[in-house]
Ligand binder design. Sequence first.
Ligand SMILES: NC(=O)C1=CN([C@@H]2O[C@H](COP(=O)(O)OP(=O)(O)OC[C@H]3O[C@@H](n4cnc5c(N)ncnc54)[C@H](O)[C@@H]3O)[C@@H](O)[C@H]2O)[C@@H](O)CC1
Ligand SMILES: [K+]
Length: 482
Amino acid sequence: MIPTERMAAVDANAAALGVPRKQLMESSGNAVAREVRAVAGPGAEVALLCGRGNNGGDAFVAARFLSAYDVTVSLLGRPESIRSDIARENWDALGAAEVPTETVADSAALSLGEPDVIVDAMLGTGVTGALREPERTAARLANESDATVVAVDVPSGVDADTGEPTGGETDAAPRVEADRVVTFHDEKPGLGALDAAVTVADIGIPPAAERYTGPGDLLALGRDPESHKGENGEVLVVGGGPYTGAPSLSARAALRAGADLVRVACPETVAREVQGYSADLIVRGLPGDRFVPAHVDRVSELAAGNDVVVLGPGLGDDEGAREFVREFLAGYEGRAVVDADALRAVPDVDTDAELICTPHRGELVGMGGETASDPDERAGLVRSFADEIGHTLLVKGAVDVVSDGDAVRLNRTGDPGMTVGGTGDVLAGAVGALAAALDPFRAAAVGAYVNGRAGDAAASESGNGLVATDLPDRLPEAMRDE
Ligand SMILES: NC(=O)C1=CN([C@@H]2O[C@H](COP(=O)(O)OP(=O)(O)OC[C@H]3O[C@@H](n4cnc5c(N)ncnc54)[C@H](O)[C@@H]3O)[C@@H](O)[C@H]2O)[C@@H](O)CC1
Ligand SMILES: [K+]
């Protein structure tokens, strides 16, 4: 089962793996033709109703695979209005294949005749709102016809995620009532509820497009261009004590990963140094040189005004800091990224907070989790441990494993040079900023992907001389969709 949004991401990941969309369209069209062959023998009359999006493009391809049939391709709209290059190229290819085509500019010109099969390729997952003309009339005619109606991907006017009419239940607008649906790659959540036979066609999307993060995962980042300061996330980094570099790196990474405001709560002894790292940070010094339980109230107060807390960078592993983490988490109900020395406390604390834990394999074991050398086995172990602790895990390694206890995603961006100290602090900060906008699982997966990409870019310049401070400023480029 794959929701529409995830399908678009997987599609983009497939393209990055060398299987571009036009190739997928070829496979989709081929699958549609196969479905037509399953319902009618050679010579049968087939009417293909095609929209101007890629759903229509699938049918242009199908028509080329149906040379043994009496095929008519009807384009609803003008050829100039075909929306993508790949659909237009397939439209143009129909001429060479001598497939009869017609264009239907308005509904008055629509007549279907008496075909044996109608292929509904008007609208797929790109539909918005109720069917407009001429699709609306075409859907009504298809529903009234005696032909077997084969829908491409999803019946036109049906929401693939919900199965509901796109115009809403109260709207009298018709949707296509298909006899059969040939959908691509995986079952869609909304199709099960329909009174139609659903075929899932494998269109050659490599399993790696789903298994690993890729540029498609960045589609989740689409920011609202109208947003104001503060709407893209406020992050509080809680760390420092024995180390000053760690909280500074996390904070800088959070800013570069898109947070609007980043505050750092740290012992006053290191506050000046953290502030010196970046004038863009708001630094709150706490009495003393280490975190202690007496700081919990003040930090909780600060945390309440933020979307996400990044807890742990540079905290140190003394008993006071450990107790601080336990008491803070016990009372915190928001979202937090937990890293480094704060990780050990997580399995013992009863908290209502929503946590993203970012251990490396050693820290995972320290938390009570297990690891394995076989990647599949390791992924399974991470998943069940995430389920057990009730939080999202991002386990760092040559291949990172992300799981919320249900879904699992692997990430293979990143360079061996990134084993240098501090890159984990950058990751935690980036995930913190992302978690202000995305759910924990996606924030972790996208964070791992972009952090690794920033590392790859840095390594291409500095090789093994890469240092963690090279990474934050490379995040914006790494977050850009290819
Ligand atoms: N991995 C994928 O996602 C793949 C998708 N493919 C096909 O691509 C389809 C999605 O393509 P598109 O994103 O181009 O979307 P559609 O083909 O669904 O078309 C969207 C276009 O239709 C028009 N439109 C939208 N709502 C309308 C309404 N209510 N009434 C009339 N016109 C309306 C708009 O011009 C819009 O741009 C899928 O359903 C599938 O058939 C396949 O080609 C292969 C792989
Ligand atoms: K359709």
